[in-house]
Write a protein that binds this ligand. Structure first.
Ligand code: OGA
Ligand code: NI
Length: 376
């Protein structure tokens, strides 16, 4: 073959590869832009390739190794002085062992909770043209409608659409929240406030359980003027649920996350090497330790991996509320929990700017953010 033909053949191959990449980018763009609710509504019977996980990352055929009733923390008992110590022990054990628990008798109005789930469902039922107004590629945007987990970096897309709402300072951000459905702002802002109050009460208990007196009080002050973000998640029914996930294994940034799940199970927690399905407990919130609390506690409390499975029958809706200190504030291990001889400092200080830089650079796996803060 003449040299010139070889060059032409090489060029042709390059052009074909470029065209294939473009086509793939186009396909990705299509799904990324419209999300899974829209994809599902268009009537598919097979899972598109972009959502198919490599075999080793698939959730497996079995529903899970087992279901789990997470430790239950009864907040009404926490409020009774003679019972407080016993409840703190339950909370402490749950945060060390599972990194997860459920709270009951929490005092958040049941009607507010069901209105939140209801308005969430109605938001995702809006025409795509309406939802689309809130799309933004900017991870710092106060309102962001999107799909997958980290849609810019995810090699395989996740079976989830979400609406992210920054909640602090509430009065300043609510006017930028969606104005449809008409009751979304009213319901979601009442729900956000109730979650922040509940978060403060649980954090006060956790700091007490950790034995952080004076420094605990100062952490609480920082949290009261800290940051809160909610994600409203929609996991539509999926044609091949065993090949994909609603959310990949990750841990949460922040101190605590309060999760409201509807009656459809899907959340799984990693415990002693197994994925355990969290049984929905009506009227409760699932609470989990985030990276910041693991760091503050110098590793005593655990920010554990969790993921979301999807199913072929019923859509699932959840609302997660993430709480932490203000973005510019650094978090490090509490001095009382560090002792050079027996319990040396395990983590570097960290702040939100470092996390965002990590998010923009890393490929999906949240857990490695916490690992990146580890000293040994
Ligand atoms: C999250 C999360 C669980 C769920 O939003 O970080 O883990 O059940 N959500 O949606
Ligand atoms: Ni999470």
């Amino acid at each position: 073959m003449a040299i010139v033909d070889l060059v032409n053949a090489g060029e042709q191959q390059q052009q074909q590869q470029a065209a294939k990449r473009q086509e793939e980018d186009g396909e990705r763009e299509y799904y990324c832009r419209r999300g899974v609710r829209h994809l599902c509504d268009s009537g598919i019977s097979r899972l598109p390739g972009k959502y198919v996980l490599p075999a080793s990352d698939r959730p497996g055929q079995a529903a899970a190794v087992g279901s789990v009733k997470l430790p239950v923390v009864d907040l009404s008992r926490l409020r009774i002085p003679s019972e407080r110590a016993a409840v703190l022990r339950t909370l402490d054990a749950a945060c060390r062992d599972y990194g997860f628990f459920q709270v009951v008798n929490h005092g958040v109005d049941g009607e507010l909770v069901s209105s939140m789930l209801d308005v969430a469902r109605r938001f995702f039922a809006l025409p795509f043209e309406v939802r689309k107004r809130y799309m933004s590629p900017d991870v710092r945007a106060p309102v962001r409608y999107g799909t997958s987990f980290n849609q810019v970096n995810d090699a395989v897309l996740c079976w989830r659409d979400f609406l992210k709402l920054v909640c602090m300072p509430l009065a300043a951000v609510v006017p930028s929240w969606p104005d449809a459905p008409v009751d979304l702002r009213g319901v979601a802002s009442g729900y956000a406030e109730a979650n922040q109050r509940l978060f403060m009460e649980i954090m006060e208990a956790a700091l007490e359980a950790l034995g952080l007196g004076v420094s605990g009080a100062s952490v609480l002050e920082d949290l009261a003027v800290g940051s809160q973000m909610m994600t409203v998640n929609c996991y539509p029914e999926c044609p091949q649920p065993e090949l994909t996930l609603g959310m990949p294994p990750h841990s949460d940034y922040g101190f605590l996350t309060l999760v409201l799940q509807d009656e459809v199970e899907g959340l799984q927690v990693m415990h002693s090497g197994d994925w355990l399905t969290v049984e929905p407990l009506p009227g409760s919130f699932v609470v989990n330790v985030g990276d910041h609390l693991e760091i503050l506690s110098n590793g005593r409390y655990r920010s554990v991996l969790h993921r979301v499975r999807v199913n072929g029958r019923r859509p699932r809706v959840s609302v997660a509320s993430f709480h932490s200190v203000a973005a510019e504030r650094a978090v490090g291990p509490a001095a009382e929990l560090v002792d050079d001889e027996h319990n040396p400092r395990r983590y570097m200080d960290t702040d939100f700017a470092t996390f965002l830089a990590y998010l923009a650079s890393a490929v999906g796996n949240h857990k490695s953010f916490l690992h990146s803060r580890r000293l040994y």
